[in-house]
Design a protein around this ligand. Structure first.
Ligand code: ZN
Length: 76
């Protein structure tokens, strides 16, 4: 469980995705959190409370000061 996370952090959840991968990238942070499976690109949305409860740990923090990556696609 973690409450410290940011956009584009890579997180491990308590349960792996159905595809067997347990590596997710946070693509939206707000009242709801959207995470994307790093293997099959499936996007899951949940509220912040559920996310904090379901998240096991942050694997990799996004790198501050690095702006090379484009903005997260938020068309869904
Ligand atoms: Zn998956």
């Amino acid at each position: 469980m973690t409450e410290i996370f940011e956009l584009r952090d890579v997180v491990m959840m308590k349960k792996p995705h159905a595809c067997g991968t347990n590596s997710w990238t946070i693509i939206r942070v707000g009242a709801d959190i959207k995470i994307k499976c790093n293997s099959c690109n499936r996007i899951v949305m949940m509220d912040r409370t559920d996310f904090v409860r379901s998240c096991k740990k942050v694997i990799a923090h996004s790198e501050p000061g690095r702006n090379a990556e484009p903005e997260a696609n938020d068309t869904i």
